[in-house]
Design a protein around this ligand. Structure first.
Ligand SMILES: *[C@@H]1O[C@H](CO)[C@@H](O)[C@H](O)[C@H]1NC(C)=O
Ligand SMILES: *[C@@H]1O[C@H](CO)[C@@H](O)[C@H](O)[C@H]1NC(C)=O
Ligand SMILES: *[C@@H]1O[C@H](CO)[C@@H](O)[C@H](O)[C@H]1NC(C)=O
Length: 249
């Protein structure tokens, strides 16, 4: 029922009692267009269906011919009407997987790209056209893993490559749940649509700790132990065979 063309302004009238022309539609594929000859108006016929520019329908334009016959002379003129279907941002990005996974050594330097799994067709896709279908990635705050957005970053939002932002420490934390949001780039930010997926990052143990003499008293703000002195006392004249120091057992 949407008006496509309000008045085609073809000379003549189909109105009784003195019609000068007759109008009809030709090549009206799938009956998308309805003609109201009296008002020379064209309507959209979307009864029981939706006009969709996106796959699988992918209707980018509708072309019909309006056949105009001059009743007095019998001449026929074909007017072509071409209706362009514009994209509307009616689809959200969709991740190909809801879960992604990567394992990272705890000794990985800050600034290293640790995950590129959203590249190609493996990340999110959006079937809308143009900016409405382009994807940007960002890391969201995860309330159930509050340090995940501090430890990882996506500096290049279009590529979605995940970069290490802060040193990892296997001895402190062995797994992160990073929430990655994909949004499209609709020109008006209020129209942008989003979806999220979780990237699980497992921290692998690296050989970063030397052996430690116990008991270890940590030096404040470091991972080092205070230097230890072990002492033992032995009475003089002790039999050398029957005595040994138990300190390192
Ligand atoms: C509208 O389209 C439907 C097909 O979906 C068709 O069956 C119907 O005849 C059309 N109506 C008009 C008035 O052309
Ligand atoms: C992580 O998320 C919190 C909460 O939204 C926010 O305050 C903080 O700035 C974020 N950190 C980074 C590095 O984006
Ligand atoms: C180490 O920190 C504790 C409290 O966390 C404090 O009581 C102590 O004085 C600090 N020691 C040094 C050497 O700063």
């Amino acid at each position: 029922g949407t008006v496509l063309v309000n008045n085609m302004e073809i000379k003549g009238t189909v109105r009784e009692p003195n019609p000068t022309i007759s109008l009809s539609l030709l090549n009206n594929a799938d009956y998308w267009v309805i003609l109201d000859p009296v008002n020379q108006r064209l309507y959209l016929n979307s009864t029981g269906r939706v006009l969709d520019r996106d796959p699988p329908l992918s209707i980018h334009s509708i072309v019909v011919q309006v056949k105009c016959t001059n009743i007095n002379v019998g001449t026929v003129i074909h007017h072509e009407v071409r209706i362009l279907v514009k994209d509307r941002n009616d689809n959200s990005p969709r991740f190909q997987q809801s879960q992604y996974y990567v394992a990272v050594n705890e000794l990985t330097p800050v600034g290293t790209t640790i995950f590129t799994g959203f590249s190609g067709n493996n990340g999110a896709k959006d079937i809308d056209d143009g900016p409405n279908g382009q994807i940007e990635y960002a890391i969201q705050y995860n309330p159930s893993d509050p340090t995940s957005n501090l430890s990882f970053d996506i500096p290049l939002t279009l590529s979605g490559a995940v970069v290490l932002r802060r040193r990892l420490n296997y001895e402190d934390k062995t797994r992160y749940f990073v929430i990655v949001q994909a949004n499209d780039r609709a020109p008006n930010p209020n129209d942008r649509r989003t979806s999220t997926a979780t990237l699980t990052v497992d921290v692998l143990d690296g050989d970063d700790l030397g052996p430690v003499f116990l008991p270890c008293v940590i030096v404040n703000n470091t991972r080092d132990c205070h230097p230890l002195t072990y002492t033992a006392s032995i009475p003089e004249l002790t039999d050398p065979v029957s005595t040994y120091i138990l300190g390192f057992c």
